[in-house]
Ligand binder design. Structure first.
Ligand SMILES: [Ca+2]
Ligand SMILES: [Ca+2]
Ligand SMILES: [Ca+2]
Ligand SMILES: [Ca+2]
Length: 400
């Protein structure tokens, strides 16, 4: 039946429309075995032809992954023809899992998981990766995903964890990047624990960053290109993890970065050589600007960071009086990706922008789990709403 449908699609659908390529095996093989592996499906999509048990790709294809664990097993880093090591995406396509909680792609700790680039200079590539967990990638630039100039990459509904790199252990992007409704956890780099943004622009919305680490600066992200941040939660990320007094900030900002409705608090800087070296939440470089679009919580602004255009809705702490955002632990609270909703005592609760969705500075219309905002009268700061307002009782503190 699958073969029949594939023939039907190939026969009746013109070459500009997308083919749906169903991955039928979790094994990382290239073989005429009647099965279509993830690697084979990407080659079929890249080449717009049938390949080793996969139907022919056609234009911007959709590669569909069922629940399961897909491991990279063909060893060989640094190869770019999708034969070994990382999966080399060289055409517009979507990789669509059944949800980050059930579809997992595992690297072999020797190469990236995905390498996305344009096949020919000037020929743009539009790629989305949706509904998967990506673990155990490794590279000098980008651990889970490296995305080159000319690529437009969307990462949606993904959990990106336990990857390693020199720069950007989650994603290193030199093209345009959009990350929505996703989580980054325990990624480890020299600089840019989760993200390294060198091209641009980048747009990050409804994303949680927990326990990512940099030996240097930017335990969450290094921005060397402009970015827009809305409804982010960034806590317990660790800068200067090698304790050599070189390294600051969850965010290292070397370009124009706008931030709104976001939490950057309770991060850690392990520098030992005096309090001026301890800057856990942000570092703004000479060519950078961290511009508030309102309603942020910066836990400890430190000595090397300025929140430009600070708004009345911003809550900014310092070393003497840091702000604890009082969030729930990083876990799945409904939906498919990890979040950290506020607790009843949180300064994030009901303190997001009062503007209607779509207006300047407004919260995203729904949270990282798809729960509509606001719950209550105002949206909550960060990637997730506290959504059990109806269970509130006399033991809970009064709403702000
Ligand atoms: Ca096959
Ligand atoms: Ca490869
Ligand atoms: Ca260091
Ligand atoms: Ca430091």
């Amino acid at each position: 039946m699958r073969v029949y449908l594939a023939l039907l699609a190939g026969g009746l659908v013109s070459s500009v429309s997308a083919a749906t390529l169903n991955v039928t095996t979790a094994d990382d093989v290239i073989a005429a075995d009647g099965q279509c592996s993830l690697r084979e499906a990407i080659t079929a999509a890249n080449t717009d032809s049938a390949f080793m048990g996969c139907a022919a790709g056609s234009g911007a294809d959709i590669v569909v992954l069922a629940a399961g664990e897909y491991r990279i097993e063909r060893a060989g880093a640094g190869e770019n023809a999708n034969a070994s090591g990382d999966l080399d995406i060289r055409s517009s396509l979507a990789v669509r899992g059944a949800g980050a909680d059930v579809t997992r792609i595992r690297g072999d700790r020797d190469d990236h998981v995905f390498d996305v680039a344009v096949p020919v200079a000037g020929q743009p590539v539009v790629v989305s990766i949706e509904g998967v967990t990506i673990r155990n990638g490794n590279g000098s630039l980008g651990g889970a995903i490296v995305s080159a100039a000319g690529v437009s990459l969307l990462v949606s509904g993904c959990s990106i964890a336990n990857n390693t790199a020199a720069q950007g252990a989650g994603i290193a992007s030199d093209g345009s990047l959009e990350v929505v409704n996703s989580a980054f956890h325990a990624n480890v780099a020299d600089n840019g624990g989760a993200l390294w943004i060198s091209g641009g622009p980048a747009s990050l919305r409804n994303v949680t960053f927990d326990s990512n680490t940099s030996t240097g600066s930017g335990s969450v992200a290094v921005f060397n290109a402009p970015a827009l941040l809305n409804n982010l939660t960034m806590t317990l990320n660790i800068a200067d993890s090698d304790l050599d007094d070189v390294g600051d900030g969850a965010l290292e900002v070397n370009a124009n970065v706008s931030i709104s409705n976001s939490i950057v608090a309770r991060n850690i800087d392990l520098s030992l050589g005096g309090s001026s070296l301890v800057n856990p939440d942000c570092l703004v470089g000479m060519n950078g600007s961290l511009l508030s679009a309102g309603h942020n919580i910066i836990g400890n602004i430190g000595a090397l960071c300025t929140l430009a255009g600070a708004q009345p809705g911003d809550q900014v702490g310092n070393a003497a009086q840091p702000i604890n955002p009082l969030l729930q632990p990083f876990a799945v609270y409904g939906g498919t990706v990890e979040t950290q909703p506020p607790t009843w005592a949180s300064p994030a609760l009901e303190r997001g922008s009062p503007a209607a969705a779509g207006q300047p500075g407004a919260c995203e219309a729904s949270d990282a789990r798809g729960i509509p905002r606001p719950q209550g009268s105002r949206c909550d700061i960060g990637a997730a709403e506290l959504d059990d307002l109806i269970f509130r009782d006399g033991f809970d503190p009064p709403l702000p």
